[in-house]
Write a protein that binds this ligand. Structure first.
Ligand SMILES: [Fe+2]
Ligand SMILES: [Fe+2]
Length: 227
């Protein structure tokens, strides 16, 4: 069952007051708690301000990426200030893994419009996760390990397959075809679980090991978060 998370819609708040309202909402969160920020643009300057003022203290997960409305889940972390690539990307795998059963449950209960909305949030997050891997993590891995045509080639090919299943799932939900959607989710889950395991057991730890130090690892995480 999805946790109930407060939405803070700042679209009608005068811009000079927005950041203070957002930070006071964040400051009131207990570790592990979240709120959803609703805005009319991609609030990158806000993310940079969070990174500067609350380093490593939050997760920033895009649920909806415009063009008119942006929704971001901002969660207070329970861990320390800096973290490595493995911790950062594993938590995103777990966050995304938890959404698929919610979508299946909604589809099973006949709430196909809600299932489609939740699946769109999943796809937004997974597309962003894949973009962060392909544009930040894999090039860093290839540079620091010297392995330009090895594990990352396999992972990129699997991303194509993962995106293909996501497209089939979204089309089935759009067509309100619950049976086809469930077949797509099981295909997607099968590919994704093996893919994630390989990343978590091989690619992420190798990147952390080869990255140099805490500062280099933290820098990679910040760049992926800001993508
Ligand atoms: Fe991946
Ligand atoms: Fe991944």
């Amino acid at each position: 069952m999805r946790e109930s998370v407060r939405e803070l819609d700042v679209r009608h708040v005068p811009p000079p007051q927005r950041h203070s309202e957002i930070f006071s909402t964040f400051n009131a969160l207990k570790p592990g708690e979240a709120f959803i920020l609703v805005n009319d643009h991609d609030p990158k300057p806000l993310l940079y301000q969070f990174q500067a003022e609350h380093p490593g203290a939050f997760e920033w997960s895009l649920l909806e990426a415009g063009p008119e409305r942006f929704r971001i889940e901002i969660r207070r972390r329970t861990g320390g200030k800096s973290r490595n690539v493995t911790e950062y990307l594993e938590q995103d795998h777990r966050r995304l893994d938890a959404i698929v059963p919610e979508v299946v449950q909604l589809a099973d209960s006949g709430s196909l419009a809600e299932a489609a909305t939740r699946f769109a949030e999943f796809a937004c997050g997974l597309n962003r996760h894949i973009d962060a891997e392909e544009n930040v993590l894999f090039p860093a891995f290839e540079k620091i390990t010297g392995m330009a045509a090895g594990p990352t080639t396999v992972m990129r090919a699997e991303h194509v397959e993962i995106r293909r299943w996501m497209g089939i799932g979204a089309a089935a939900l759009d067509a309100r075809d619950a049976a086809a959607a469930k077949r797509a989710f099981s295909g997607l889950t099968e590919v994704l679980s093996v893919h994630n395991m390989k990343e978590e057991q091989i690619l992420y730890p190798m990147t952390d090991q080869a990255a140099g130090g805490e500062r280099e690892r933290d820098d990679l995480v910040r760049r992926m978060q800001a993508l």
